[in-house]
Ligand binder design. Structure first.
Ligand SMILES: [Zn+2]
Length: 115
């Protein structure tokens, strides 16, 4: 078991997930993304989203563009919808997943409405 990955401490819980970066057999690469969880599935998957500003010269204004990514949500971290998470690149886990959540950064005000 690893105690720390790229500055993210191991969560208090243990898990038996083989695709967990702390308790499983997976190595992460130093390529980090930050996003908010917008979708959560029962099979340890989640979708994160983040927005960026893109300048439109014709109107001299910014438009908001969004990026989405399918990520692995290990059982010991178990991020919920609305939480901001730190994600690291890893080997391909499934057809659409190449990244894994390593840390929950903060919970937004929607914490009271969790399912
Ligand atoms: Zn784990």
């Amino acid at each position: 078991m690893k105690k720390e990955i790229l500055g993210a401490k191991a969560p208090g819980k243990e898990c038996t997930d083989q695709k967990c970066p702390f308790h499983g057999q997976i190595n992460v690469k130093n390529e980090l993304f930050k996003g908010t969880v917008v979708k959560k599935d029962i099979n340890h998957s989640a979708t994160i989203e983040w927005s960026r500003q893109h300048y439109v010269p014709k109107f001299e204004r910014y438009e908001v563009r969004r990026s989405r990514m399918r990520v692995h949500n290990p059982a010991c971290i178990d991020a919920n919808i609305g939480q901001t998470v730190l994600v690291a690149k890893t080997r391909p886990i499934s057809k659409t997943k190449n990244h894994v959540i390593i840390k929950i950064i903060e919970a937004e005000e929607s914490k009271g409405t969790k399912k």
